[in-house]
Write a protein that binds this ligand. Structure first.
Ligand SMILES: *Cc1c(COP(=O)(O)O)cnc(C)c1O
Length: 388
């Protein structure tokens, strides 16, 4: 108990908020946000036309090193399109992790495919290459070079690891497994803008990666997402089907397939351009806070999760592990009652009613983490900045 009170005091001291509520993560508008939004209104370009969308796409491509970036209305929609353009079809299977935010599993479901929920690694909290290799060894076979599930006879069409809270998964090992089974990689990098695996930005390792700019993420457009790819033809396809699959023409309404109204508005993109300009500063401040937490928890029984070896993490949401579930609950109870917001990790996907029939493996690490993870306040600390 003493430790919990010390922790609350420590957080309050860092945020220089002796009494006010401290959120888990909130946005920082410290640059050109208002100027760019005003520009949208002054020019009347608020919706589907305007230069901020392509500017935002270019900034995201340049920043991540992806050859192409295509904006979408949110990260979930971006993942839906990435999976569809990876060739995922109805009644096929997509491997992902059981310990993820619901959007990953939902986007897989939108394609009509069946998610397979495998275990995560304890160090990254993201999809375990060993779990994937073992599951494929026991359940899959190659038929004419294509991976099939032997018991369901469904094709295994893609694999979607998620870089949990910004910590990159073991991508080299995962890619080695996936390449040997001819399974395309689609990274859910919704939480990991600013996170690098061996010097390369997350979301740029597979056929596609996606980013999210939801309000609780490292930077935000209000709502927004980005599809990353190195493939020019696929990037063109992504733009086409996220914009109602309209064939460009000065006045005719022609569409060549069922498309989606998944485009990002110019207003959201304007906010995105300003946020991208501030991203390095925000990341630097978040990293400083993570280092302070790391030092604070150094001799504690609550383990602070540091970035995996060889990786740079954006430290989107800082994590500690409680000793067990009852200690976790005590931390959540005390901190939230005292105005310091903390949260447990998500319910495992296979425990939700609509996914309870899905295939899984032992999920040993997932269950361990589900009982112990506590997210602690992680916003960039800017003295004098008040969001409310
Ligand atoms: C935020 C998030 C998404 C996408 O969320 P949107 O709110 O649709 O932008 C997808 N996957 C994960 C793991 C996320 O955390």
């Amino acid at each position: 108990m003493e430790k919990i009170t010390q922790f609350v005091e420590f957080v309050r001291a860092q945020f220089q908020e002796p009494t006010a509520f401290i959120p888990l993560h909130d946005p920082r508008f410290i640059g050109n946000e208002k100027a760019y939004l005003n520009e949208c209104i002054d020019t009347n370009f608020v919706s589907s036309v305007g230069e901020f969308v392509s500017r935002f796409e270019k900034m995201c491509a340049d920043y991540t090193g992806a050859k192409y970036a295509v904006a979408a209305v949110n990260g979930t929609a971006a993942l839906h399109i990435a999976l569809q353009l990876s060739g995922v079809q109805r009644d096929e299977e997509v491997i992902t992790q059981a310990l993820t935010f619901i959007a990953t599993a939902n986007a897989i479901s939108y394609t009509g495919a069946h998610p397979v929920f495998l275990d995560v690694d304890a160090d990254t909290m993201g999809l375990s290459p060993v779990a994937v290799a073992n599951w494929l060894r026991d359940n899959a076979e190659l038929r004419d070079g294509q991976p099939y599930n032997k018991s369901t006879n469904r094709r295994i069409a893609a694999c979607v690891p998620m870089h949990t809270f910004g910590h990159p998964v073991h991508l080299d090992e995962l890619l080695e497994v996936l390449n040997s089974w001819n399974i395309p990689l689609v990274e859910d990098a919704a939480e990991s803008i600013g996170s690098y695996y061996k010097g390369k930005h997350t979301g740029t390792f597979g056929k596609f990666g996606i980013l999210s700019f939801n309000g609780n993420k490292v930077i935000t457009t209000g709502g927004g997402g980005m599809i990353l790819t190195d493939d020019e033809a696929l990037a063109k396809e992504a733009k086409h089907i996220t914009t109602q699959a309209k064939i460009p023409h000065a006045w005719e309404f022609n569409h060549d397939r069922v498309g989606y109204n998944y485009r990002l508005t110019n207003i959201n993109a304007a906010l995105g351009c300003a946020q991208m300009e501030s991203l390095p500063k925000i990341l630097e401040l978040k990293r400083e806070l993570a280092h302070k937490y790391e030092a604070f928890f150094k001799d504690s029984s609550w383990k602070f999760v540091a970035e995996p070896e060889g990786c740079i993490s954006n430290y989107w949401l800082n994590v500690i592990f409680a000793a067990d579930k009852s200690e976790r609950d005590a931390i959540l109870e005390y901190t939230n009652k005292n105005g310091v917001m903390t949260r447990p990790i998500w319910e495992l996907m296979n425990r939700l009613p609509m996914f309870s029939h899905c295939q899984t493996d032992g999920l040993e690490n997932s269950m361990w983490l589900a009982d112990r993870v506590v997210n602690i306040p992680s916003s960039a600390i800017i003295p004098g900045y008040h969001s409310r």
